[in-house]
Design a protein around this ligand. Sequence first.
Ligand code: NAP
Length: 251
Amino acid sequence: MVEKQEKNIVDKVILVTGGSRGIGAEIVQFLSKLNYRVVLNYNKSEVCAKNVENNLKKIGYTVDIFKADVSKKEEAVNLIQYVIKKYGKIDVLINNAGISQTKLFTEITDEDWQKMMDNNLNSTFYCTREAAKNMIHNKQGLIINMSSIWGITGGSLEVHYSTAKAGLIGFTKALAKELGPSNIRVNAIAPGIINTDMNKELSDIDLENIKREIPLEKIGNSENIAKCVKWLIEDDYVTGEVISINGGWYM
Ligand code: NAP
């Protein structure tokens, strides 16, 4: 089975940060099943990362897993260098790793603020700067940054999260302009509410209330995001965009 995958493998090397759980894990599985060469990065959830690997193995696909805390510059750089050393290039970087926190603005500590920026925004800067050197050299590449609806509209009780996710939108647009001439596309995805651990603290009543605000009257799933990633990989003319996947919650 694995041999079969090797024969059909698509010569595109894709790195997904935060691929152990939720949206990232779905993107990893979705793209692996399309025969792309996928590297799954995880930080804390080794068991989940191994589960993703085993699930793929059972149906004849392989995935490469690498532990790195991408909020730390040295580890982020190591991760990118690992991919480039092993495969000779990086074609697609999906900056998906992220954390969230709900807190009154006046109770956000300096540490909370720094942690939010390090995990959601600085991690993307570290990984992208390192990967971009290889992409510029190869005159091709795609970078996808996982923003959020709150990065566009602002989310009450999530000022630090909203700030980091809004930062990713500025980052995406500026970098798309700078790297376009090198044939590198840079886009962001801004999910609304997606059914993952990130929202596990929401009660059934909270979820029902949110659904009432969404024109499509449902919570999104990780596959909605993975399908968009697939489309961005196949495309060659979309750059600098922020693609909202939110059931019409914000339009
Ligand atoms: P999740 O279920 O909580 O998973 C988060 C993932 O990020 C995990 O795989 C985690 O890995 C990884 N991660 C966090 N910090 C990391 C670090 N420093 N280094 C490496 N990996 C790290 O969240 P999710 O819902 O899938 O969210 C994925 C992305 O979508 C995030 O950027 C999030 O902000 C964004 N988003 C989510 C929603 C939503 O409703 N779910 C909406 C808008 C945007 P480990 O567990 O291995 O540490």
